[in-house]
Design a protein around this ligand. Structure first.
Ligand SMILES: [Ca+2]
Ligand SMILES: [Ca+2]
Ligand SMILES: [Ca+2]
Ligand SMILES: [Ca+2]
Length: 485
């Protein structure tokens, strides 16, 4: 071939191509911590993981970002937390002092906060336990669950040092008993509002919330006013094998899922533990929210100008549905994927699997937050339709949707029998409530703002339909759903 080419008068030059050794100039190496190989959800050969290594390799490890854990305290002198511990992001609301060290008991019931803290910011390459998702972030703890929790206790915790703390992670809420309907009271509500409007110099505090563990009680996280709030970034769970875990609560206000525990035999979350120990058995949605808080810390390091709403957009845009196996995946009116769960009451609604660490370098120009209210008497009808112009032509015009709230006041002799659906103009059907068999309350709903994220990015103009159904087999008394707002 060579001779043939050299003899050809039309060939000016020919040379054999050989394989050369060329190396990517990538200095990232795996953390050397003894438990890192056990952290299957951070890095996994099958790529069924949170993709954190890709962010670390780009240099994002949480530097300059401050996260605090609102819980039962944080063991600040734990050898894997001490180097990232931030006293300015910490407080003891229960005892009214600056030191959130947990109260030690024989049963170690105050280990929850320390476990959550390690998931976010356990140090890397120090020979202790594993690593946090944002292993160079600053981590604080607010001790507020080890005592009587009041509105004041919650409000103080949610509003601690909002110009210093960027992300608050909370893995608690009302009882997951399948019958509670409870949310933030006056001061905690105000703390959320002040946080998102004034925190982080007006960019807004980021509140990450665990969606709840009431799956076995057929609870709905839309009946939990903390996770149902538009101000909290609500996180549910996916198991190691990619299934919806038994404890998971369905609801339309959940934004994404991260990995956590599942059935016996499936791996759990590896993190720091009380008494300077390590654990490989952290579980539930409690373990999912801090993993998301860590990922959000990586994204903030990449772009500190992201607002609290930009961050929710980023979660919607970068979450990959591929690793959550479920029969009810749906696509909304603009192609965003989520889950509806029309009949499977114990299943998880519209959660998107695997919040990826694909960090953004741009600030999204999110549309201004607007409120359009419509209020009318609806009598005893079961299906209400309402044409919405989205305030077209006015300054508060809504071009595309983020959260949708349906504020309902209605009475019924047994609240747990009700199913409520909201259908958008583009046909996206959100399950706002499914029957909760444990809920025998006759108190109904009093201005409860059911929230859905399912119509994210849809055009709100057109006809909206709200369906209220009594799921009891022989009772067709719908009470008096008197007002739809
Ligand atoms: Ca203390
Ligand atoms: Ca470590
Ligand atoms: Ca719940
Ligand atoms: Ca929420």
């Amino acid at each position: 071939m060579h001779i043939k080419l050299q003899k050809d008068s039309q060939v000016l030059w020919a040379e054999q191509q050989v394989v050369k050794k060329r190396k990517k100039r990538d200095v990232f190496e795996d953390p050397t911590d003894p438990d890192f190989p056990k952290q299957w959800y951070l890095s996994n050969p099958t790529h069924q993981d949170l993709n954190t290594k890709a962010a670390w390799a780009q240099g994002y490890t949480g530097k300059g970002v401050v996260v605090t854990i609102l819980d039962d305290g944080v063991e600040k002198d734990h050898p894997d937390l001490i180097s990232n511990y931030d006293p300015e992001a910490s407080y003891d609301v229960n005892d009214g002092d600056a030191d959130p060290q947990p109260r030690y008991t024989q049963r170690n019931e105050n280990r929850h906060g320390t476990r959550c803290a390690g998931e976010v910011a356990a140090a890397a390459n120090n020979g202790v336990c594993g690593v946090g998702v944002a292993y160079n972030a600053k981590i604080g703890g607010v001790r507020m669950l080890d005592g009587e929790v009041t509105d004041v206790v919650e409000a103080r915790s949610l509003s601690l040092n909002p110009q210093h703390i960027h992300i608050y992670s909370a893995s608690w809420g009302p009882e997951d008993d399948g019958k509670s309907l409870d949310g933030p009271a006056k001061m905690a509500k105000e703390a959320f509002l002040q946080g998102i409007t004034k925190g982080r110099s007006g960019l807004g505090s980021i509140f990450v919330w665990a969606s709840g563990n009431g799956g076995r009680e057929q609870d709905s996280c839309n009946c939990d006013g903390y996770t149902n709030s538009i101000y909290t970034l609500s996180i549910s769970s996916t198991t190691e094998s990619g299934n919806v875990p038994w404890y998971s609560e369905p609801c339309s206000s959940t934004l994404a899922t991260t990995f956590s525990s599942g059935n016996p035999g499936e791996k759990q979350i590896v993190t720091t533990d009380l008494r300077q120990k390590c654990t490989d058995s952290h579980t539930g949605t409690s373990a999912s929210a801090p993993l998301a808080a860590g990922i959000i810390a990586l994204a903030l390091e990449a772009n500190m100008n992201l607002t609290w709403r930009d961050m929710q957009h980023l979660v919607v845009r970068t979450s990959l549905p591929g690793h959550l196996i479920a029969g009810d995946w749906k696509t909304n009116g603009v192609g965003r994927r989520g889950r509806e769960c029309p009949n499977q009451l114990w299943e998880d609604c519209f959660t998107q699997s695997e919040t990826g660490s694909d960090v953004s370098h741009t600030t999204l120009t999110a549309p201004p937050r607007s409120t359009c209210q419509t209020c009318r008497d609806v009598g005893n009808k079961l299906v209400f339709s309402k044409s919405v112009d989205a305030c077209w032509g006015r300054p508060e015009y809504v071009r595309s949707l983020e959260h949708v709230q349906a504020r309902l006041t209605l009475s019924h002799n047994q609240r747990g029998k009700l199913a409520i659906h909201l259908i958008s103009p583009l046909g996206t059907r959100s399950t706002l409530l499914f029957p909760r068999p444990n809920d025998y309350s006759s108190e109904g709903f009093n201005d409860w703002a059911f929230m859905s994220t399912h119509s994210w990015d849809e055009d709100p103009q057109g006809e909206w339909t709200l369906e209220i159904e009594n799921m009891a087999p022989h009772e067709r008394d719908y009470g008096n759903p008197s007002r739809l707002r």
